[in-house]
Design a protein around this ligand. Sequence first.
Ligand code: ATP
Length: 202
Amino acid sequence: MRFSRLRLTGFKSFVDPTELVINAGLTGVVGPNGCGKSNLLEALRWVMGENRPTAMRGGGMEDVIFAGASTRPARNFAEVALTIDNGDRLAPAGFNDADQLEIVRRITRDVGSAYKANAKDVRARDVQMLFADASTGAHSPALVRQGQISELINAKPKARRRILEEAAGISGLYQRRHEAELKLKGAEQNLARVDDVVEQLA
Ligand code: ATP
């Protein structure tokens, strides 16, 4: 799964529509302090379904929306679009019917986030699974934040295991297991209720 383009509008310091072409091979982002290098990495995490405001260095998710500057008013929404080269049709069923896959996440003040895949509405979960299965998810160890290496060195074994699991591409399976367990629990509760009713009728 190769990323080929990243488009940002109203996301953090990227108030005007900004498009970055990502060519094959290594990509470096250079610039002076505070020019938005980390914001770019956060945009990648965010479009892949990151839902922890702390991972976006914010107090709430709406903090990713351009907050205004002395010469520019604040925006009402932020949008990030990530284009993926899907020529090899590696994206899972439901996503893999085109050469290019464009995932868009938009957040609107007081409304929340919505996702689209090639202009069709999709659920956050589907987008998170798409990237988790490809080991490039929002928590992927391939995206290294400032300070993350020292965090990793000082991490507790459980936290370190989570990082290894994400790298191995099995975190999507954990999510599916969790959902299956919740369904099972629901079914067990329903069965217990049916038993109660049968007992009362007997
Ligand atoms: P450094 O090299 O110092 O780590 P950087 O290039 O990684 O810097 P970022 O941390 O990505 O820079 O960008 C910081 C800039 O983004 C700051 O100027 C900050 O004011 C701006 N910024 C962050 N969130 C918003 C927002 N919601 N609205 C407007 N500007 C924002």
